[in-house]
Design a protein around this ligand. Sequence first.
Ligand SMILES: [Zn+2]
Length: 168
Amino acid sequence: MPVRVITQNVDGLHQLGGMPDRKVLELHGTARSFVCTGCHTRGPMEDALARVEAGEDDPPCLECGGILKSATVMFGEMLDPVVLGEAVAISKACQVFVAVGTSLQVQPAAGLAGVADDHGARLIIVNAEPTPYDDRADEVIREPIGAALPKLLRGLTSGEQPADPPGV
Ligand SMILES: [Zn+2]
């Protein structure tokens, strides 16, 4: 089944773990890139860090001289409306929505679980502590994520495989 990852993490570990970039929606941006606060030019964080190592204390934007920051969403900043819009669309369209390791307390990200449930997805919550969406979930799992996820994914994927490959 097609899989998308909607994450509040900014560390890029989903991609390093093998998930293609286009399948990962980073609601809070990414620390792997820099962005100019003036002209919004972006680039790889390694490039900015290389300039610091080469002696520039606070490397300015090469396009406009503006201030560079990591391309993450800071506390109090709006989420990127394009990314959030895609996340809402995916939540509406998905068949299974698995909320993993989140207290589901911070909006608007937490509301995506509700959007998925409203649109008929099977809602599965994997979290050590209760969340405000537990009542609406089809399944709530309190096990540690490392144990729960492999089991859960085996169950989800085995359901749709044909018993015998066709033509054999
Ligand atoms: Zn700039």
